[in-house]
Design a binder for this molecule. Structure first.
Ligand SMILES: C[S@@+](CC[C@H](N)C(=O)[O-])C[C@H]1O[C@@H](n2cnc3c(N)ncnc32)[C@H](O)[C@@H]1O
Length: 311
């Protein structure tokens, strides 16, 4: 079992590194290993296959390839991959907004273009947070309220939002327990901002939908669906979008495992949003009688903003 998992875990790493042929090989190898009956099979041949596979893996002393360079360039701009606006429109077509006002938040809003387009025409108050000051200034022109600084140094009321737009940076960052992926960190933390029944839009490269991410999604959201982006956007950034409705947390080990396996092969993912299934956004609950605030600070030093959410 450990061996299968280790081989499956190389797939996202190879895709991020930019070696899709080897990632495909790893995936096929994983499928084979899964079906291997270790009690019946000659162990020597399995060991040889593993050895052969391991020899093909890139090592630190190899010259960098273009994929690696692109990854480093991404890091330099803090993972800024704004959502393509045509895709925002497609995602919006899968939603029905209520007539009543809703609170929408993008905890890493870039220039605010995606959230603005998503909320366009709806009765919505839009909240964003952005680490990059220049992008944050741009977002402030488009969204109702913007907090400048890191989302992770912000204080935001839990359960105050009916919609969460989340296209996080595709990066890892140092943390107390070693490096952590920001795709998962943003998801695990910011889903608590949604009220139960609130809607999540979560956009990541398909190879970042690792088993731990799938577990968070399956345990905390119902009516979960996933679509892949189309055309050039998918070719360049391999993005998929999850839509789900926030629910009470429950165990979902089997679903999470199945979802993670399904997502290893992007060809299986439905390639555009299906217009027949819609998610209905619920109106804001009216019994909020306290003032909810976002305090955003840069690196924990400067309190740059205090935002009051209308409740
Ligand atoms: C992939 S872009 C998405 C932009 C926008 N949400 C969209 O959908 O177009 C991620 C953004 O997260 C910002 N970012 C990175 N780390 C952040 C943090 N800790 N807090 C807030 N924003 C952050 C980056 O500067 C970048 O603008």
């Amino acid at each position: 079992m450990r061996l299968w998992d280790e081989v499956a875990a190389t797939v996202p790493c190879l895709l991020e590194y930019g070696d899709s042929p080897l990632a495909k090989t790893a995936q096929r190898f994983y499928e084979k290993l899964k079906k291997t009956d270790y009690l019946q099979t000659d162990c020597v041949s399995v060991c040889k296959a593993v050895e052969h596979f391991a020899k093909n893996l890139p090592t630190a002393d190899q010259a960098m390839n273009m994929g690696k360079l692109a990854h480093l360039a991404n890091r330099a701009k803090m993972g800024y991959f704004p959502t393509d606006l045509t895709h925002v429109e497609r995602i919006k077509e899968a939603m029905i907004f209520p007539e009543e006002e809703v609170n929408l938040i993008d905890p890493c809003c870039g220039e605010g273009l995606a959230l603005k387009a998503f909320a366009n025409g709806a009765n919505a108050i839009t909240y964003g947070i952005e680490l990059d000051e220049i992008r944050g200034e741009e977002a402030a022109k488009r969204l109702t309220r913007v907090g400048f600084g890191s989302y992770f140094h912000s204080r935001i009321s839990l359960g105050a939002f009916q919609g969460l737009w989340l296209n996080p940076p595709y990066l890892s960052a140092p943390s107390e327990n070693g490096n952590r992926r920001l795709e998962k960190a943003f998801l695990s933390d910011s889903m608590r901002l949604l009220q139960n029944g609130g809607v999540l839009v979560y956009i990541i490269p398909f190879y970042r939908a690792t088993p731990d991410v799938c577990r968070v999604l399956c345990e905390n959201f119902r009516d979960l669906r996933v679509h892949r982006f189309v055309g050039k956007e998918f070719e360049r950034f391999s993005q998929i979008v999850f839509l789900g409705v926030k629910a009470e947390r429950r165990k979902a080990d089997r679903q999470a495992k199945k979802l993670a396996e399904y997502l290893l092969d992007p060809d299986r993912i439905i390639s555009c949003l299906c217009r027949t299934t819609t998610i209905i956004l619920i109106p804001r609950t009216t019994d909020w009688d306290f003032r909810t605030v976002i305090c955003s600070s840069i690196y924990g030093i400067r309190i740059s903003n205090i935002i009051t959410i209308r409740s």
